[in-house]
Structure formats: structure tokens, C-alpha cells
Design a protein. Structure first.
Length: 325
């Protein structure tokens, strides 16, 4: 009888384990994937790989980055939307995803309503850089050169993204006209800038910094409202044109439908990761500020950024030009 009882209990325990949802077990029990909708080498990719490294140590499971470039992040976001909301597929977003959503109505997703927002990873300012072969050493030189040579300067942008918007805002505020050349990600745009195929680019400070330090590119201005300590002699955009700024963020996102308990658990882990001294020092050396906030706070960041980006897209004419393609 005792043997039968033990056998019955064992069967029920096994059936219960099978019936339990994956998140009820200790998370994670296997590999986690971070989807990045851009090519390797860009800001989103760099941030994702640094976070993945610390998460891997924290969780004791491998966390890998899966690059899915295309459509200014669209392919990666669609992959994320269709994934199971079990925590094993997450996405890393940036301003370019917001900018794209602000100018396109055919994406098939809503960044606010169709996803669960885990938390903000980092924020910071951008920089305006040019190829050093140009006779342009300051932002004032940039404006003067652009006015003297209308349309001659080639401004590379991540097509439809947040820094595409910022490039047009700089044009508009400075009263100049350049030739805009679109790229699928910051990495390819930066490669062509260094090679001299294009002239100027707005990109995250952290991505540009190694190339600034090696003189592969020349920095003209930083987009934050205060000068960055690592480049004390480089003026801000707002010093050149009051009210003009160019900033960015990175954040962790999940497919819609993630259980609240799991979402809170991953958010807590993300906050702990962002307090890692080595990661913090690395981010700060690259001009990124580790952030960390609640899921609801991060959702508000996205909603407000999307609203302001839509206004900018209308004002600069970017939405109309993207829809005309």
C-alpha cells in the first residue's frame, strides 16, 4: 500500500511539473536571446552585448545577442512581437525604433500597446562628427560650409530613425541643406564616414568615442545639454543653437503577455546588472549613463518619446518624405 501511495504521489508530481508554465520554474533554465534589430557594431549592439555578458554571469545561463538588421529595426521588432512571452526572447530598443514608428504607419505593431516594457538600460547624448579630411573643425564651420555649398555635404543617417530626425532638426535649426543618405544601422553608416564615402553623421557618443580618440572622425558638437567631461572643449548643440539637443536611450523589452511576476523579476535583475561597477564604468567611459527604472516608467519614456518624435517628424517633413517612398 505504501509503495502504491508513493508511486501515485510521484506520478502526480510529474504531471504537475509538466503542467506548470515555464516561468514557474526557476528562471532562466536555459539560454536567453536578446534581439537587436541592427547590424553588429552599432550602439544598440554594443549595449546589448555588454548587458548580455553580465546577465550571463548573473543568471548562470548563456545570454546571446541575435542581430536582425533591416527596416530600421522593423525585422527585429516583428520577431520579438511573435516570440513567446516567457522571458527567453527579449529585445533591446533605442531611439531609432521610436523615430521609425513616428514616421511609418505600416509597421504592423504599436511600440506602446503591443509589448511589455522591462526597463531602461542607459541614456546619453549624441555627437555630430565629420570625416577629418573636410575643412570643418567646429559646428560653426559646419554651418558655414553647408551654406556655402548647398546640398554638397552628405549627411548619413539610420533611415527613419531617431537620429535621422535629429539630423533634419540640426539642418532646420541651422538653416542649411545637406544631402541625406540612408543606412540600415549606425555601424555601416560609420564605416562609410570613416572611408570618406559620406561627410557627416549623428550617432551615440559611446559608439563614436574610439574613432574620435583615434582621429578617424572629427567631433563638432555633443547633443546633451551639458558638455561631456571627456570632451571638455567640444561645445554642445544647445550652446550653438539654444534649445537644440540630441539624446538617446536604450531599453529592454519583451513580447506582450509576460506574467507580471516574471516581468518584475527580470526588471529587478536588470537593475542589479546596471549597478555592476565594471559595467557602469564601461558605460560611462563610452558616454552612456546607466539608468534603470520600473516597467511603467520605461513605458512612459517610450510613449512620451514617440509623441515628441511624431511632432518632429511632421515639422521636418520626414513623415511625408518616408510615406512618399
Amino acid at each position: 500500500m505504501k509503495l502504491f501511495f508513493r508511486f501515485t504521489v510521484s506520478i502526480w508530481a510529474a504531471l504537475l511539473a509538466i503542467a506548470m508554465p515555464a516561468h514557474a520554474a526557476e528562471f532562466p533554465s536555459h539560454m536567453v536571446t536578446l534581439i537587436v534589430g541592427y547590424a553588429p557594431g552599432g550602439g544598440t549592439d554594443i549595449v546589448a552585448r555588454n548587458v548580455a555578458e553580465v546577465l550571463s554571469r548573473k543568471w548562470g545561463q548563456q545570454v546571446i545577442v541575435k542581430n536582425r538588421p533591416g527596416g530600421t529595426g522593423v525585422i527585429g521588432i516583428r520577431d520579438l512581437k511573435s516570440a513567446a512571452p516567457d522571458g527567453y526572447t527579449l529585445g533591446v530598443w533605442t531611439d531609432s525604433d521610436i523615430g521609425n514608428a513616428a514616421v511609418r504607419d505600416d509597421l504592423g505593431y504599436d511600440l506602446v500597446k503591443d509589448f511589455d516594457h522591462i526597463g531602461q538600460i542607459a541614456s546619453g547624448g549624441t555627437v555630430l562628427v565629420v570625416n577629418p579630411s573636410l575643412p570643418i573643425k567646429t559646428f560653426s564651420d559646419f554651418v558655414s560650409y553647408a551654406k556655402e555649398h548647398p546640398g554638397k555635404l552628405n549627411f548619413s543617417v539610420v533611415s527613419g530613425g531617431g537620429m535621422h530626425l535629429d539630423s533634419l532638426r540640426i539642418e532646420r535649426a541651422a538653416g542649411v541643406k545637406t544631402t541625406i543618405i540612408g543606412y540600415p544601422g549606425t555601424g555601416p553608416a560609420l564605416t562609410d564616414l570613416i572611408a570618406g564615402h559620406v561627410d557627416a553623421l549623428v550617432l551615440p557618443l559611446g559608439v563614436a568615442l574610439p574613432y574620435i580618440n583615434s582621429n578617424a572622425v572629427r567631433v563638432l558638437a555633443v547633443g546633451s545639454n551639458t558638455r561631456w567631461p571627456g570632451l571638455p572643449n567640444v561645445q554642445t548643440l544647445s550652446e550653438a543653437i539654444p534649445g537644440l539637443e540630441s539624446t538617446f536611450f536604450y531599453g529592454l523589452v519583451a513580447p506582450k503577455g509576460m506574467p507580471d511576476k516574471l516581468k518584475k523579476e527580470i526588471n529587478t535583475t536588470l537593475r542589479e546588472v546596471l549597478q555592476d561597477p565594471k559595467l557602469g564604468a564601461k558605460f560611462e567611459s563610452m558616454g552612456f549613463i546607466p539608468t534603470g527604472n520600473s516597467p511603467s516608467e520605461f513605458k512612459d519614456v517610450i510613449a512620451k518619446k514617440l509623441e515628441t518624435s511624431r511632432v518632429a517628424a511632421e515639422q521636418t517633413g520626414l513623415k511625408q518624405s518616408m510615406q512618399a517612398k
